[in-house]
Design a protein around this ligand. Structure first.
Ligand SMILES: NC(=O)c1ccc[n+]([C@@H]2O[C@H](COP(=O)([O-])OP(=O)(O)OC[C@H]3O[C@@H](n4cnc5c(N)ncnc54)[C@H](O)[C@@H]3O)[C@@H](O)[C@H]2O)c1
Length: 265
């Protein structure tokens, strides 16, 4: 008899690692996994401890806070040993940490001519290389458990920016962000065929999340989105639960667009 959908979605007894777990989307990812019963290691360079404590209290699961700068390869690799020592296993890895459009960096969210190679390199390190390093370091643990890797990409890893929306605003859309997310989607496919059948690897490409963007920008974004609104963090919970759990056991190498239909027309 096939398992019930509740059984398929259960993460009881599983252990997860979430990078950027203390950020806006990261917190929702930690909450989703913990609510379904997983223990969670929160990896972040800020607020990991507070986030891990909050999740442990709210969902009565074991958590681990790992204060890691993901641009440091040695520290990033060491996550695997720390997770093994604490949880003895790893079933789920969510590569979510990133330099995002609003990150306060020099040579980043500025006109193309002012975007710097130094910042490009930094962004590739965190957004793409760290996902490679962690997937490699955690592969032995993940393959012992029929693991799932989820890479958080973006519509901008799939599509170019529509600059008409940015006119008259201070918002930017860095080339390195697009290249890192496009790279992450292709890394997803590469890892999927390489790590199958023991580990599944999928991506989620969220659309723009409502964060108090300038009205003119938000209005245009909404007008270009069939669902007629920007995304909310909560919108990502379903895709995370699906990809992390056995509900998606026959799915690998895919990229789920959670974008309100932005890419559908
Ligand atoms: N916000 C959006 O509209 C949007 C849209 C599409 C995709 N995404 C993606 O969602 C993910 C989460 O974005 P968010 O909006 O929650 O951003 P956020 O800035 O709130 O969270 C990012 C987290 O990553 C952490 N981080 C950054 N650099 C790090 C480093 N070197 N080492 C360790 N941790 C580091 C930050 O401390 C932060 O907690 C990102 O991958 C982003 O590209 C966001």
């Amino acid at each position: 008899m096939s398992r019930s959908i509740k059984e398929l979605m259960s993460l009881t007894g599983r252990a997860a690692v979430v990078t950027g777990g203390a950020g806006h989307v990261g917190r929702e990812i930690c909450d989703t996994l913990a609510e379904l019963g997983a223990t969670v290691a929160v990896v972040d360079r800020q607020d990991a401890k507070a986030c891990a404590e909050r999740v442990a209290k709210a969902f009565k699961v074991e958590t681990l806070a790992l204060d890691v700068d993901l641009s440091d390869e040695t520290a990033t690799r060491a996550v695997a040993a720390q997770v093994q020592a604490r949880f003895g296993r790893c079933d789920i890895l969510v590569n979510n940490a990133a330099f995002v459009g609003t990150s306060n960096l020099t040579g980043w969210a500025v006109p193309f001519a002012e975007q710097s190679v130094a910042t490009w390199r930094q962004a590739i390190e965190v957004n793409l290389t760290a996902a490679f390093v962690l997937s490699q370091a955690l592969a032995p643990l993940l393959s012992a458990q029929a693991g799932s890797i989820i890479n958080i990409a973006s519509i901008y890893g799939n599509l170019g920016p529509d600059w008409r929306r940015y006119e008259g605003t201070a918002l930017g859309n860095p080339a390195a962000y697009a290249a890192s997310k496009g790279g992450l989607i292709q890394l997803t496919r590469w890892l999927a065929t390489t790590l199958a059948p023991r580990i599944r690897v999928n991506a989620i490409s969220p659309g723009g999340i409502e964060r108090g963007q300038p009205k003119a920008f938000a209005d245009q974004y909404v007008a270009q989105t069939p669902m007629q609104r920007m995304a909310r963090e909560e919108d990502l919970k379903g895709a995370i639960a699906f990809l992390a759990s056995d509900a998606s056991a026959y799915m690998t190498g895919q990229n789920i667009m959670v974008d309100g239909g932005y890419s559908a027309w």
